[in-house]
Design a protein around this ligand. Structure first.
Ligand SMILES: O=C(O)/C=C/c1cccc(O)c1O
Ligand SMILES: [Fe+2]
Length: 315
């Protein structure tokens, strides 16, 4: 089997609240390069690690990790709705192998996914059904969170299992580096928001519109330096990118959750998806980063990065 990696930030504000044209063009070039890398690799399976933002996973039951044997997009922020082309047999096999390794992963036969999964799949493949996929949910927002090292163990177990498949597998990690957009938190939520975080899996179109327009308005404030949001942290982002590029998981493994939150903001825990993806790649041996793009983009509420990587012997 062969393996390749692409990690990318997502932001539902892309296309809804864009940065100046020169920045947008720079990101487009980076994503086009990543897409070219993926086309050249021509995967026959994609394993995507991504978070959810209270669209598919709510406090009714909030697993730390979940592998989907079937998945459908809820179509938040105007993104495509519909089923992903999930490779159910491989999803169930990977779940078994992860459980055998001692990492407790949930399984879903009806996973609902949001922009965290849908945006990278749409960027890289143009649709949700171009390539067989195994979606792997990583809880990055709903506290309490387990330690980040568990994401590495999850990725490592999946990468080890992938070695036996004899397939061309692209592992994808989806999520921002430093960022703290207004995703609600249960501990400080008023009752109606707590109710939504627990049971609100089917908002009306109007409820969805209100929620999404609030995020766009907040991004406008953030980009103007208003609103009291936590700033992006390019220095921390560089530190994390350098550790992952060097395969230096030890630099991250021992970090407490407070390190991610204090340095990068509450949503910086989305970097767990990158840790899992890089750990999955590392299971096939030493790797080398082929491309790495970064820019802090307040209009998208994101320390925005995209990287690609290959095993050393394939590079
Ligand atoms: O509104 C949400 O659910 C999330 C918004 C968001 C904004 C910016 C970067 C991200 O990673 C997000 O999920
Ligand atoms: Fe996100």
């Amino acid at each position: 089997m062969s393996v390749a990696l692409c990690t990318t930030s997502h932001s539902p504000l892309i296309g809804l609240h864009d940065p100046p044209d020169d920045v947008k063009a720079e990101v487009d070039r980076a994503l086009t390069e990543a897409r070219g890398f993926v086309e050249d690799f021509a995967p026959d399976l994609v394993v995507i690690f991504a978070p959810d933002h209270y669209n598919g996973f709510l406090y009714e039951v909030m697993p730390s990790f979940c592998i989907g044997a079937a998945a459908t997009s809820v179509g938040d922020y105007g993104l495509p709705t519909g089923d992903l082309s999930v490779d159910a047999e491989t999803a169930r096999l990977l779940a078994k192998r992860v459980l055998d390794s001692g990492v407790d992963v949930a399984v879903s036969e009806a996973m609902r996914v949001d922009h965290g999964f849908v945006q990278p799949l749409s960027f890289l493949f143009g649709s949700l059904t171009s390539v067989p996929v195994v979606p792997v949910f990583v809880n990055c927002v709903a506290e309490p969170l387990g330690p980040a090292v568990r994401s590495r163990l999850l990725g490592s177990a999946i990468g080890t299992a992938l070695r036996d498949l004899g397939r061309r597998v692209l592992v994808v990690g989806s999520g921002g580096l430093s960022h703290d957009p207004p995703v609600p938190r249960l501990a400080e939520a008023p009752p109606e928001v707590a109710e939504r975080l627990t049971h609100g899996r089917s908002p009306t179109p109007e409820q969805r519109r209100v929620r999404e327009s609030r995020t766009v308005a907040a991004a406008g404030e953030f980009a103007r330096g208003a609103g009291g949001f936590r700033p992006l942290n390019p220095a921390w982002d560089a530190e994390v990118l350098a550790a992952l590029a060097a395969g230096d998981f030890a630099a991250i493994d021992g970090r407490p959750n407070a390190w991610f939150t204090e340095q990068g903001g509450h949503s910086a825990h989305e970097v767990r998806t990158w840790i899992a993806a890089y750990a999955a790649l590392a299971a096939s041996g030493p790797y080398t980063v082929r491309s790495s793009y970064y820019r802090a983009i307040p209009e998208w509420f994101a320390g925005f990065a995209t990287t690609t990587a290959l095993p050393v012997e394939a590079a």
